[in-house]
Design a protein around this ligand. Structure first.
Ligand SMILES: Cc1cc2nc3c(=O)[nH]c(=O)nc-3n(C[C@H](O)[C@H](O)[C@H](O)COP(=O)(O)OP(=O)(O)OC[C@H]3O[C@@H](n4cnc5c(N)ncnc54)[C@H](O)[C@@H]3O)c2cc1C
Length: 511
């Protein structure tokens, strides 16, 4: 055993010998290994992604200075058509949902409860719309333009994280086309059908409507039978709504109460294309005019998985580059979480983010945890900027392209999986199951990233600092020494030989 000691109170490190190296001597940085620099992090959006970031990031990233900008007057706009217990945070399980498919108001109250309990208000700036973000290579920071009620300002951040949602920007139809039938329309019909004297339901796309999520059988025959049963006397409607592509090409929608409402006497299902709006109603291409008091557009959202505002780095504007017509013209992410050429930029629920099943909230928690690991690495390892390589991104894209060809999603349907382009490239979901994506994100592949360093000499190991850890420093202070555990790896249960050796010094297997 070797015993050794060093004088911790020597703050400047005396150079006693000429370094025995053929390389330039490194000017040692005088700080403990794990001191970490303070990182200013901006998250855009205070939906489930933003709220989860506000809970996890301060807990997981020491020294974080976090701000979340939200353009709306409140946090979390709920859009949920799955059972509520699948739309809750794993760290705040609720056992008191009033019904399986809880209302939007109940789900919103749940998420607002999390904001209150964890005192997240201090991180969130409401009425604050991010209008542009630009990477300054000179500063090594993002310059973020924010529009508020009190005027505009430019914020600076070491890292930018978008949590702007899959579908937060409504896509209003360009006149004269005002029709759709997707996840947006299905939840609206049942409550309206109960309240309105007459409803004309204009629908362009056919869709599969599953039974309740979790109970659905994926075989086409079974779903057809279930849909037929739910339509009761109106089985004639089956021909109008059953698509010519297989279930799951578009996302299966549970649509609780939808088919029952569709079959009601006061609902008129119209598949003829809309010609125009008039002052009193809607005229379809067959010349029929139907008068109404109100028109509700459930025409979906921007599904390009690009941003609604410019994000610019190295001369590239991600907003344009990731849309049709740009280069590459589709959302080309690295494992859904980052993009080559965009340093210190992370994405929550971006393209290819979640598996086709599983709970979204758990997936977001995994993504935020991945972000926390990136931030901790940057903070403690002297990293000025980091971005995934183009080569790693290309390899991921090649995997996606080959994978999705084997799935029903590559059939000729238009969906948010393919940006509404029939048979188009799938960028909406992860190429694999929910468990698959969680396992992949568990261990970041640091070798897929390229780095620049804060150290003046560019040395990647300058962060090793003065040879001490923060604990060493604390232990050297007589006032603190008693509170420092320098051997956290010693476990009481080892005395009885009762240990899981897989779990020793790491937790690699639990995903
Ligand atoms: C009809 C419909 C049904 C859905 N059903 C389900 C479902 O059953 N299950 C499910 O898991 N998911 C469902 N979704 C997907 C839903 O979008 C996500 O579950 C969830 O809302 C994603 O949370 P988020 O925080 O990532 O995004 P959002 O909830 O969309 O939040 C993004 C936030 O970012 C803010 N924002 C955007 N741009 C800016 C800006 N420039 N500056 C400042 N703030 C900005 C927005 O105002 C918004 O508050 C559904 C979506 C729709 C439209």
């Amino acid at each position: 055993m070797t015993c050794w000691s060093m004088d911790l109170h020597h703050h400047s490190i005396p150079m006693r010998l000429t370094p025995r190296t053929v390389f330039l001597p490194l000017e040692l940085e005088d700080h403990p290994l794990d001191e970490g620099r303070r990182l200013r992090v901006v998250v855009v959006g205070a939906g489930i992604s933003g709220i989860t970031s506000a809970v996890f990031l301060p807990a997981k990233v020491p020294n974080i200075d976090l701000t979340i900008y939200e353009r709306n007057s409140d946090v979390v706009s709920v859009r949920c058509d799955v059972p509520a217990h699948a739309y809750q945070a794993t760290f705040e399980p609720s056992t008191t949902w009033s019904t399986a498919y809880a209302s939007g108001a109940e789900i919103k109250a749940y998420w607002k409860g999390i904001v209150e309990k964890h005192e997240l208000g201090k991180y969130i700036r409401l009425h604050s719309k991010v209008t542009k973000a630009e990477w300054s290579e000179e500063k090594g920071k993002w310059l973020i333009a924010v529009e508020t009620e009190d005027g505009n300002h430019v914020d600076e951040a070491d890292f930018l994280i978008t949590g702007i949602g899959h579908f937060s920007d409504p896509r209003l139809p360009s006149y004269p086309g005002m029709d759709d039938n997707g996840a947006s329309g299905l939840p609206i019909l049942p409550p309206l059908q109960k309240a309105a004297a007459r409803i004309d339901h204009y629908a362009r796309n056919k869709t599969w409507v599953a039974a309740a999520i979790g109970g659905e059988h994926l075989e086409q025959f079974t779903i057809t039978k279930l849909m037929s049963t739910r339509l009761g006397d109106r089985v004639d409607l089956l021909n109008e709504i059953i698509p010519d592509f297989a279930p799951n090409c578009r996302r299966l929608t549970p649509g609780p109460g939808y088919l029952e409402a569709l079959a009601a006497n006061n609902v008129n299902y119209v598949t003829n294309r809309i010609e125009r709006f008039t002052r009193t109603g809607i005229q379809t291409k067959d010349g029929t005019h139907r008068e109404v008091d109100a028109i509700i557009c459930a025409t979906g959202h921007d599904i390009n998985f690009s941003t609604a505002f410019p994000i610019v780095a190295k001369g590239i504007n991600l907003q344009e580059a990731w849309r049709p017509g740009g280069s590459p013209g589709f959302p080309d992410s690295y494992l859904s979480i980052a993009a080559p050429d965009f340093p210190n930029f992370l994405i929550l629920l971006g393209p290819n983010a979640t598996g086709p099943a599983g709970t979204l909230c758990h997936s977001v928690e995994n993504q935020v945890t991945y972000c926390a690991r990136v931030l901790r690495k940057a903070s403690t390892q002297g990293i000025r900027s980091m971005a995934p390589t183009a080569a790693a991104t290309r390899d991921f894209r090649a995997y996606c392209e080959s994978f999705f060809l084997r799935t029903v999603m590559s059939e000729y349907c238009s969906s948010w999986h393919n940006g509404g382009i029939k048979g188009g490239r799938i960028h909406g979901i992860w190429p694999g199951s929910a468990a698959h994506v969680n396992a992949v994100r568990r261990e970041p592949r640091w070798e897929d990233w390229e780095y620049t360093y804060l150290n003046r000499q560019g040395n990647r190991f300058a962060w090793l600092g003065n040879g001490w850890t923060m604990k060493d420093v604390a232990a050297s202070d007589p006032a603190e020494a008693a509170n420092v555990d320098l051997t956290p790896w010693l476990r009481a249960e080892a005395l009885g030989g009762n240990v899981d050796l897989r779990d020793y010094h790491e937790q690699w297997y639990a995903s």
